[in-house]
Design a protein around this ligand. Structure first.
Ligand code: F0G
Length: 471
């Protein structure tokens, strides 16, 4: 693995580094507030990084969602916004971009990913049906549950092991899925909810061979596959890098082949597609299109804007074409990997192999002395902010929420903190600063005791829950 890292390759004598395929035209100043001010800000935020004000944050690694830097071409596209209520020119550009690069027939625009999740879940899930998928995502699963479905995790076991070096930890366990289909009956499965890459597993990819086999299995039982394409470009990068036969295939081609084995996709365009807001649903079956296009006018907006301004759709259409370029994807994942290698070299436990959009610190290992119901990952995110003004996100027991049937916490195997890297925003020097801050927290790990939850909202509690430190 290490030999494939362009960054470390560049540091060896006689080798050449790659660099980002862009230069900086405009900058946004950063400031770091004092330790006392950070302490105060964190208390005010109830020890939840979602509740911090952005101006109190130095390096913001909360999410890669909507935080990308747009290109000069995208900004030029903003000026070409056609803000007609119906039939905006920019909608047709977007439709063409999705058809060209993802290959689906019909497009329904939405305000962001969860708008598309809402439409597809309501359109396809009947009360009591199961929705098998390769690990849950918070908003995706909630929409499936609200539509009357139950998500069933059929990801391979390696995905739950932060130390497994499996190259495609996002793969579906086909035997597990087939056993489920046989036990429950194909008619009780709404569809397969497949994500590439798998966010909650650490940004881990799905292999092409696994998807081809999944398609075959689903064809035998007449089950459809819908793809969460949010970070599918990054997934395509890993296929090019790791899967036999794809080393010389452009990322754009890999992406299109992958999508061709699925029946449609929902998209948070705020990630791969390099825009600050937007989303879409794209499908191949006309009946699903008719149903979701009818629903979009209730919940999002007319079917030619779906909650986006014309200018947003133009920036998105251009963003799609930029996102599938090989040099972009290589620099994107390369930067994430650079940070991962610094941390691994210092022996800090992170999810391996490093995924596409983030480093996931293994809080279960780092704070081995803090029980899971004292929220080790939440604690780690708070400590990191306190030390250096870096904002990260809990992806553990708080994010997993409660089981709707029993009301108990769900105890996920992975108790992680995500350091999510925005696209085209930070430099290698920022990555060095982050790595050194994590090291400082790691060295001080014995001193920390955990948190108790003092306020818990009903849905997606991680966004708004409040905590207090245990002494
Ligand atoms: N699917 C995946 C895999 C996601 O990561 C997200 C959002 C969504 C769907 C929902 O899309 O935010 O546009 O409504 N993930 C963000 C994150 C919030 O930080 O990982 P959305």
């Amino acid at each position: 693995m290490k030999d494939h890292n362009p960054q470390t390759m560049g540091q060896q004598f006689g080798r050449r580094s790659w660099a980002e395929p862009w230069k900086i035209k405009m900058v946004e100043p950063l400031r770091m507030i004092s330790r006392e001010e950070r302490d105060e800000a964190l208390q005010e935020a109830g020890y939840n990084t979602f509740l911090l004000r952005s101006e109190d944050v130095y390096i913001d690694l909360l999410t890669d969602s909507g935080t990308s830097a747009m290109s000069d071409r995208q900004w030029a596209g903003i000026m070409l916004g056609d803000e007609a209520y119906a039939g905006s020119r920019n909608f047709y550009h977007l439709e063409e971009a999705v058809q060209n690069y993802y290959g689906y027939r019909y497009l329904v625009p939405t305000h962001q990913g969860r708008g598309a999740e809402h439409l597809i879940s309501q359109a396809l899930i009947k009360q009591g049906q199961l929705v098998p998928g390769n690990m849950y995502f918070t908003t995706t699963r909630l929409h499936q549950e609200l539509a009357g479905g139950t998500f069933v995790d059929v990801i391979i076991a390696e995905a739950h092991d932060p130390n497994s070096q499996h190259p495609f930890k996002g793969n579906v366990d086909l035997a597990k899925l087939e056993a489920l289909i046989k036990r429950e009956g194909a008619e009780n499965i709404a569809y397969i909810s497949l994500a590439g890459t798998v966010n909650m597993a650490g940004g881990q990819p799905v292999g092409m061979a696994n998807l081809r086999a999944l398609r075959e299995l689903c064809d035998r039982y007449s089950i459809r596959i819908y793809l969460d394409a949010t970070r599918m470009v990054e997934n395509a990068f890993f296929i090019q890098e790791r899967e036999k036969g794809y080393a010389n295939t452009p990322i754009a081609e890999i992406l299109k082949e992958f999508c061709s084995y699925t029946d449609g996709a929902w998209m948070s365009a705020k990630k791969d597609n390099l825009v600050n807001i937007g989303g879409w649903l794209a499908v191949n079956h006309e009946d699903v299109f008719a149903k979701t296009r009818n629903m979009v006018v209730i919940y999002e907006g007319l079917h030619t804007y779906g909650g986006m301004a014309g200018r947003d759709m133009e920036a998105l259409a251009i963003g799609i074409s930029e996102s599938v370029k090989d040099d972009h994807a290589k620099a994107r994942v390369g930067q994430v990997r650079y940070l991962g290698e610094l941390l691994s070299d210092w022996g800090i436990p992170i999810v391996q192999p490093v995924g596409g959009h983030a480093i996931f610190l293994d809080a279960r290992q780092i704070y081995a002395h803090i029980p899971q119901d004292r929220f080790p990952a939440q604690t780690l995110a708070a400590e990191l902010y306190l030390d250096s003004g870096i904002r990260s996100m809990e992806r553990g027991i708080v994010s997993a929420g409660r089981d709707p049937k029993t009301g108990d916490h769900r105890y996920p195997a992975l108790e992680l903190v995500r350091l999510t890297i925005p696209r085209r925003v930070y430099t290698q020097a920022h990555m060095d600063v982050v790595a050194e801050a994590v090291k400082a927290i790691y060295d001080n790990r014995e001193e920390v005791k955990g948190l108790s939850m003092v306020y818990e909202p009903e849905y997606l509690r991680f966004f708004q829950a409040r905590f207090e430190p245990l002494s």
